[in-house]
Design a binder for this molecule. Structure first.
Ligand SMILES: [Zn+2]
Length: 85
């Protein structure tokens, strides 16, 4: 199966990381950290704040901070939540 990524924060999704809907279903576009019980956990967060929130986790996994920031800056604008069309 094709690897899916959270359309809000860009993390790779797996069965246990899918967001949840109010009706017990799973949301296959967003992760549990971004989307729970049918709504975004931080509905007012901006893309810039999302990048700042995610970078420390990526650094923890061994990525250089500037590398993590530039990766996020490339990936996030293409995700469904942030895409402007
Ligand atoms: Zn997410």
């Amino acid at each position: 199966m094709e690897q899916k990524y959270c359309q809000s924060c860009g993390m790779p999704l797996s069965e246990e990381l899918y967001g949840t809907e109010l009706s017990k279903g799973k949301n296959h576009e967003y992760c549990i950290y971004c989307y729970e019980k049918g709504e975004f956990k931080q509905p007012d967060i901006t893309m810039e704040k999302m990048i700042k929130a995610c970078v420390p986790f990526m650094v923890e996994k061994g990525m250089a901070e500037n590398e993590a920031i530039s990766l996020m800056e490339n990936v996030l604008p293409n995700l469904k939540r942030w895409k402007k069309d």
